[in-house]
Design a protein around this ligand. Structure first.
Ligand code: GLN
Length: 408
């Protein structure tokens, strides 16, 4: 099935991988940290590696200690006494969890609605499983100049029009990658009402749930009236504990969704790596008492400020994110020579691919071209932006901010 188009094209993460960029280029591209997980979490990983059971297969549902920790940490947030046997599934990263949901539920031709821009992985994950992605715009702010992520808006009438008898599922990503939008309760209520009316499954990708700023409330669509039974919520140890390479994530939802998804995940990966599940469990068990997430939020708000101050100083247009760790910068005015020695992988794509490559090589700061988060037909909208990740230590961000002064 993987013959042409986006499915076979080189993915943006591989193109802008540090391996392809000069060694001294500051990496604000793919969203991962340039610092280690907290010591107490890493120590739990070390301890687990000395064990016996901890180094072997776990139950496909996930190790009991992690499932218990997920129950204890998330139960109150969902206002539910989560059942560790039927309502929690540990997955090999959030991606694999989402993929397994598609494997379990999509029939050929089923439509999956996603707000556009969307995290790029959704598109192939849906099409590989015979599904058809349907895009509903997240409208960029109409007024020019600096804006906030909540000025990117959805139109519920448009969402309604996108629903057909083949619509099976809708993906709601909040806080949103790449926009940083934190969906409001009102927006989620509107989406929820349509999901109920048309009997849709909601995939709530909430991997940035611990990263909201300016007192913004993260609302879980699964907690709205009537929504538990049709919603699967996606979480990530990589985001929570600064360990994106661990590939440990989880799904929380009703047995009706978790059970078939467990069947899929069992046949895809069988189980998730065991020792790092132990470490993720230790993380969730101790986070509250250590004030970990509150502190992390403050640190990320500071990191965000380093970049936004730099952009403000330059008078550049960007979207201030209210959640996640990405900033969209308007790059329409960034100039570069057409005959610059761009690699082939970049030449075949939108202007933003070339702009990001040029900024990475000439200014020494990498970012991600945002047309990748749009379908081919709408890629031109995304070409206006580059996404900068601020999940880096403050020193690095300050150096990047200095280098970016040349954007003027
Ligand atoms: N979530 C990461 C980002 O948006 C990418 C992870 C991936 O699947 N490559 O930067």
């Amino acid at each position: 099935r993987l013959k042409e188009g986006r499915a076979l094209a080189e993915d943006v993460w591989s193109i802008y991988n540090v391996a392809n960029l000069p060694a001294d280029c500051i990496n604000l591209g793919q969203g991962y940290m340039n610092f280690a997980p907290p010591k107490w979490v890493a120590e739990a990983a070390n301890t687990a590696l000395q064990g016996v059971a901890e180094n072997h297969y776990s139950h496909p549902k996930g190790r009991m200690r992690l499932r218990q920790a997920i129950k204890a940490h998330y139960g109150p947030q969902f206002n539910r006494d989560l059942d560790v046997e039927t309502e929690i599934l540990v997955t090999s990263g959030a991606n694999e969890g989402q993929y397994s949901v598609f494997v379990a539920f999509l029939e050929i031709g089923d439509e999956v609605i996603m707000f556009e821009p969307f995290f790029d992985q959704y598109l192939p994950s849906v099409t590989f499983n015979g599904g058809t992605p349907v895009y509903v715009p997240l409208h960029p702010p109409k007024k020019g100049g600096k804006n906030t992520s909540n000025e990117w808006t959805i139109d519920l009438a448009e969402l309604r029009r996108a629903i057909t008898p083949r619509t099976k599922m809708i993906i709601v990503n909040t806080p949103h990658n790449p926009v940083g939008k934190v969906f409001t309760r009102e927006e989620l209520e509107g989406i929820a009402a349509l999901a109920e009316e048309f009997n849709l499954i909601v995939m709530a990708d909430e991997v940035y749930d611990c990263l909201t700023f300016d007192g913004k409330e993260h609302v879980r669509i699964a907690t709205l009236p009537g929504m538990w039974d049709r919603t699967v919520t996606v979480g990530s140890a990589g985001k929570a504990f600064c360990a994106t390479g661990w590939r440990v994530g989880w799904l929380i939802g009703p047995a009706s969704i978790i059970r078939p998804t467990l069947a899929a995940t069992t046949r895809i990966v069988f189980c998730t790596n065991s020792p790092l599940q132990e470490a993720a469990a230790a993380g969730l068990e101790q986070a509250e008492q250590r004030g970990y997430f509150a502190k992390q939020r403050e640190e990320y708000a500071e990191r965000r400020k380093i970049l936004t101050d730099a952009f403000d100083k330059l008078g550049l247009t960007y979207t201030l994110p209210e959640g996640s760790y990405f900033i969209l910068l308007d790059i329409k005015n960034v100039k570069f020579p057409d005959d610059y020695p761009f690699p082939q992988s970049v030449l075949g794509r939108g202007r933003d691919f070339r702009a990001c490559w040029f900024i990475a090589l000439e200014l020494g700061v990498s970012s991600i071209p945002v047309s990748e988060f749009y379908c081919e037909e709408h890629a031109n909208i995304g070409e206006a932006y580059a996404r900068f990740a601020f999940c880096k230590d403050t020193e690095t961000l300050k150096r990047a901010a200095e280098r970016l002064q040349k954007l003027k």
